[in-house]
Design a protein around this ligand. Structure first.
Ligand code: GLU
Length: 282
């Protein structure tokens, strides 16, 4: 068993926390307490358009109601403060990481407009190819870049186009192989300069010295990208554990049509926190 695991719950404040999402928090909290480690709350709010007013408060209230106190994070601070990505963004850490990646040839500026991207996707659909960025801005020369100075641009990761499969060693699933050639040159910095989930997540897990990433299954397909980012940035990757989702009786992902999904709805209808924790844990 790992002593003193550092784990995190990293919600995006896009609405009331779903019970499935809070279950991830519970598993992280349990693992931190079990190993005598730390449970960190990090707010992933770099997708500014998706932020819902009051969501941050609901997340904190849900955790507090269930007794999942965090050792570092909003409200309590800690050695890696701030713990909210929009505030971390202001310190320049994500931009610096993107600069390091571009300087080393692992990232590049892309000036494609939304219209060009739509056209590219349509063409790929027509040819029955998987939709992905075709890398056309990878080949731009110094003078091409100079000519585009001042135009809207993003920074993309330059995916290795061949090479061995990327192996995600997952604590639950074992080795999961991903073929790098089917992965996209994903965006690192958006045109507003904010990092994407992938970049901010990898940079923060490293800087916050996270030892174990315990998150929902739906993120498994992002993990090969994160592993490549770790490698390109010279970071030691954490251990990964992708947790199965909570399903409804019909085996589909638990959703509103199955009943209440918001943790706070259960509180408001009179459920005791112990009941909720017991249900989620089992
Ligand atoms: N911000 C992501 C979410 O909303 C975090 C995923 C992860 O834990 O890496 O679930």
């Amino acid at each position: 068993m790992t002593e003193g695991a550092r784990v995190r719950y990293a919600p995006s404040p896009t609405g009331d926390p779903h019970v499935g999402n809070i279950r991830t928090a519970l598993f992280n909290w349990l693992y931190a307490r079990h190993t005598g480690g730390q449970f960190i709350l990090r707010i992933e709010d770099t997708d500014q358009a998706r932020i819902a007013p009051g969501a941050l408060e609901s997340i904190m209230e849900s955790l507090e109601w269930l007794g999942l106190e965090w050792d570092e994070g909003p409200g309590v601070g800690g050695p890696h403060a701030p713990y909210t990505q929009s505030e971390r963004h202001a310190t320049g850490i994500y931009g610096d990481a993107a600069d390091r990646l571009t300087a080393a040839g692992n990232g590049y500026y892309c000036y494609c407009t939304p219209e060009e991207l739509t056209e590219m996707r349509q063409e790929q659909q027509r040819l029955k190819k998987p939709p992905r960025y075709d890398g056309r801005c990878r080949e731009l020369t110094e003078s091409d870049h100079r000519a585009r100075e001042g135009t809207r641009r993003v920074v993309r990761f330059a995916m290795p186009t061949d090479g061995p499969p990327i192996v995600v060693n997952d604590i639950i699933r074992g080795d999961v192989n991903f073929d790098p050639s089917v992965l996209d040159d994903f965006i690192l910095l958006k045109s507003d300069g904010f990092p994407t989930y992938h970049l901010a997540n990898a940079v923060d897990d490293h800087l916050m010295e996270i030892s174990h990433v315990l998150r929902a299954d739906e993120w498994l397909s992002s993990t090969p990208k994160h592993l490549l980012l770790y490698r390109a940035l010279g970071y030691e990757p954490p251990h990964f554990c992708h947790l199965p989702l909570i399903l409804g009786p019909d085996r589909a992902r638990l959703a509103k049509r199955h009943g209440a999904t918001s943790v706070l709805d259960y509180r408001d209808t009179g459920y005791l926190p112990e009941v909720m924790v017991n249900f989620l844990a089992l």
